[in-house]
Structures are given as C-alpha cells and as structure tokens.
Design a protein around this ligand. Structure first.
Ligand SMILES: C[S@@+](CC[C@H](N)C(=O)[O-])C[C@H]1O[C@@H](n2cnc3c(N)ncnc32)[C@H](O)[C@@H]1O
Length: 342
C-alpha cells in the first residue's frame, strides 16, 4: 500500500522543482487512525520538519488549469446537481466518501477549542460537517451558508443544528463583514467553485486577525480512468494548488493534512472527494492583499439550454463513477489480507 502512495525520492525532488516555495514539505505527525495519512506542511511556515518524505504521485499529475471549469464546476450546474443529489446526499455521499471519523479528523486542525468561537460553514449543505463543528462550538455561534436551498432544507431538519443561522449565499461573495468570524470551515464545496482562489480570498476576508480557515476538499487522481472522470466532473485540485491559493490570499502557517476513508488503506490514486484538510492563519485584520479581476461566472447571464443539459448529463455521469470507486475500494479491503497492498 505504502508503495502506491509514496513514489520515492525522485518525486520529492520533482516536487521541490515544481514548487520552489515548498520549503517545509514534511510529515508534522502521523494521522488517520495512526496509519497512512500524514499532515503535510508545504508552506513557508517556521515549523521544524521532523521527517522528510516523498509527496504522493497524485500531487504531481498534470491537470487542466483550475480556471478551466469542468462540467459541474459552475454555479448553475452545481445548483441543479444538488437539486437532485440533496434527496439522497446523506445516504450516498457520506458513507462512501465522508464518514464521521474522517470529518472529525479533518476538523482537528481547525482548533475548535472554545464553545464561544464564531464559525461560518461555507458550502455547509445538509449540515454534515456542521454536526462535527457543534460538538465543540455552541450552535448559536455557527452560520451555515450554501447556494442550494435544497441542501439547506435538510440541514434545517437536524435537531443539533436548530440554533444555527442558516443562509443562502455564494462562497465567492460571502455576506459577512470583514473580520467577522473566528473560524471559517468549508468541506467538499471548493470543487464546484468556478474561481477557487476567489473563494479562499473571501475566507481570508471574513475571519478575524489570528483566526483560522479550514478547507476540506478533493485531491487529484493519478490513475488514468479516475483522472478522466474527475476532469469531466469537477475540480480535483492538486495539493500544491491548495497551498498556493492559501498563500496568495495572505494566509500564514499553511498546513495540509491528508484524510481518507479507512478502507482505502491510504490509496489515493483514484483521487478522493474528501482527500485533505488545509488550514491557514490570518496574520492581520482587514481584506486579503490579493487583487482579483471580475468573477469567472456571471450567473445572471442566460445559458443555452441544450448546452447546459448536455454538460449537466455528462458531468452527472462522471460523478456516478465516483459513487462506484468507494464500493470497489471497500470490496478490495474486504478481500485483500490486511497489511498487503490494495
Ligand atoms: C459535497 S457538498 C458538501 C456539503 C457539506 N459541507 C458536507 O460536508 O457534507 C457541497 C456543497 O457545496 C455547495 N456549493 C457549491 N457551490 C457553492 C457556492 N458557490 N457557494 C455556496 N455553496 C456552494 C453545494 O450546494 C453543496 O451543498
């Protein structure tokens, strides 16, 4: 298994060549159930590296530029996608891709260490991640924001979230004042943002000085078929892209922690819908130093319905592949003896 994840010293050298800023590539500690997923510090933070390791292949694969929208990496398409997916979301997505263990592990770097923290959960959907947040923070201090009223309707039904504020909004244009929250959390939403850098710049703006953003998202596959379906469906960023977006937005102490379902045994070649948790600290109050041009997508602009439908169907078909991958990995985990590569 480890061999499928770690590709040797040459990858580390290549990684350094690709990302000259990645001074602190390290495991800062062991991770998920003590096994395979390290927290990787790809940042310019001053943390001391304890162990130097190679970066997995998935971080090095070529992908289309993040600015090029995939079929569902578009707000209108994501809206319709969740119009239908919201009906079964908690029953289909969570068991295969985003379990309670993974959620708790991914939220750990967010330092939700005080019940009075003000937290925004952006792209909060049906509130699955929010349920993890309200274990540590009073629900009345938590706001769930999502562009899908259908997803939010599910969140509203959950008893532990009754006191949360639940609002519709866009991750790339948050309706919160500058320096508003202590923590920004977003899980599994970045893959639908047409302009991820803008969303991360917004994360920076809305948190207070010293506050932390925690963004949980997919990682890019290396296996050719998985890569094909990932690219057709939505944005699967590479690890170094997350780091770059955070640093460009102005965050410091940027850390990346790898996560994944237990039964994947650390395999990342098919990519993961929830593959890493990236955190950064806001060093000073005010807006992000990053200047951006106009938004990538104008949602008010009329669309060609035929083209829209075709993109939507192709994107949804590609998404189906990612419903099957965890089932395949789960079966492999059952069949292949523990300790052997899968
Ligand atoms: C995979 S779900 C994740 C939901 C939830 N965070 C969880 O952990 O289960 C992605 C969510 O992001 C939302 N979303 C996509 N694009 C968005 C945007 N631009 N602004 C706000 N929410 C968005 C979708 O509506 C959907 O509810």
């Amino acid at each position: 298994m480890a061999s499928s994840m770690l590709s040797g010293a040459e990858n580390l050298a290549l990684m350094r060549a690709i990302t000259p800023k990645a001074k602190g590539l390290c495991f800062s500690r062991s991770d998920l159930h003590g096994n395979y997923f390290p927290r990787v510090n790809l940042s310019t933070s001053s943390r001391i590296d304890r162990t130097r390791v190679a970066i997995p292949k998935c971080s090095l694969s070529a992908s289309r530029p993040a600015s090029q929208p995939r079929f569902i990496q578009h707000k209108k398409e994501a809206f319709w996608f969740y119009r239908f997916l919201s009906i079964v979301y908690d029953h289909v997505i969570n068991p295969g891709h985003w379990t309670e263990d993974m959620r708790d592990d991914a939220l750990e770097p967010a330092d939700l260490n005080d019940r009075n923290l003000v937290v925004v959960d952006v792209g909060g959907g049906t509130g699955f991640t929010t349920l993890g947040i309200v274990k540590h923070v009073d629900a009345k201090n938590v706001t769930i924001l999502d562009q899908s009223p259908h997803q939010l309707a599910k969140a509203k039904q959950k008893e532990p979230l009754k006191e949360c504020k639940i609002i519709e909004g866009d991750a790339e244009d948050l309706p919160f004042p500058t320096d508003y929250a202590d923590r920004y959390v977003s899980a599994g939403s970045i893959e639908y943002w047409p302009d991820p850098q803008r969303g991360i710049k917004e994360a920076y703006r809305v948190i207070k000085s010293g506050g932390k953003a925690c963004l949980i998202g997919p990682v890019y596959p290396t296996f050719w078929l998985s890569r094909f379906f990932a690219d057709v469906w939505m944005l699967f960023p590479k690890e170094e892209e997350y780091i770059e977006w955070f640093e460009k937005a102005g965050f410091t102490d940027v850390q990346l922690k790898r996560i994944g379902p237990k039964w994947y045994r650390g395999v990342r070649r098919h990519g993961l819908i929830m593959g890493c948790s990236v955190t950064g600290v806001k060093p000073a109050s005010g807006d992000s130093p990053l200047q951006l041009g106009p938004k990538e997508e104008d949602v008010a602009k009329p669309v060609n319905p035929f083209k829209f439908f075709l993109r939507f169907i192709l994107g949804a078909m590609a998404a189906t592949y990612y419903v099957l991958v965890p089932i395949y990995m789960w079966l492999k985990d059952q069949i292949v003896p523990q300790g052997k590569p899968i």
